[in-house]
Design a protein around this ligand. Structure first.
Ligand code: URA
Length: 187
């Protein structure tokens, strides 16, 4: 199946309650065969309105981090979320909502076949890397799972709340740049 076809199917999804409050399904955005994929938590208000991931304040910071290491959603990265519909009042997506949604993400992985997955924030890191993942302790560390390198980093919203973590987060993105070089990935 092509990514566009999957998106069309996903846009009609009613597998969990989050569908009742959405304006748009936020399927994902970026290069369709990107070697690097970023996975956030779930759409916020701006994302729900525009149908695109990370387009609010957090997204602007994320785009800055990406630009600092010559990456962007326009050229070489694909961005998606653990859940495709906005949780009410921006609460964390519930485990059962993630269970209902993760099939879409797995299909995205199968089609895009990224070499590196960056989990942006605790929610995706705990779901995709390790259920006990602690961002403060394990950020920036690459682990291999099913032939894919995975790394978790600070969520930009957490950095906006606590700018002291910005430098630590920046180091993670530099580590990503080094890993891309080490693996000889052309971006
Ligand atoms: N936060 C996320 O985790 N994802 C988005 O798409 C926007 C904000």
């Amino acid at each position: 199946m092509a990514l566009d076809e999957l998106e069309t199917k996903c846009s009609k999804c009613r597998k969990c309650e989050l569908c009742t409050g959405r304006t748009n399904v936020v399927f994902g955005q970026g290069k369709k065969d990107a070697d690097i994929m970023l996975i956030g938590e779930g759409p916020g208000e701006n994302e729900d309105l525009q149908g695109k991931p990370f387009v609010g304040r957090s997204g602007q910071l994320l785009d800055k981090f990406l630009a600092s290491i010559d990456l962007s959603r326009e050229t070489n990265v694909y961005i998606a979320n653990m859940v495709k519909c906005r949780p009410p009042k921006n609460r964390d997506p519930k485990p059962e909502e993630q269970d209902m949604c993760i099939g879409w993400l797995r299909e995205q992985f199968k089609i895009i076949r990224p070499k590196i997955i960056v989990c942006v924030g605790r929610i995706s890191a705990q779901r995709l890397i390790d259920k006990n993942f602690r961002v403060t302790k394990e950020h920036g560390v690459f682990v291999e799972k099913n032939g894919v390198l995975m790394m978790g980093t600070y969520h930009p919203a957490a950095i906006l709340r606590n700018p002291n973590n910005k430098e630590l987060a920046f180091q993670d993105w530099l580590a990503l740049r080094d890993k891309i070089k080490e693996l000889g990935i052309a971006v």
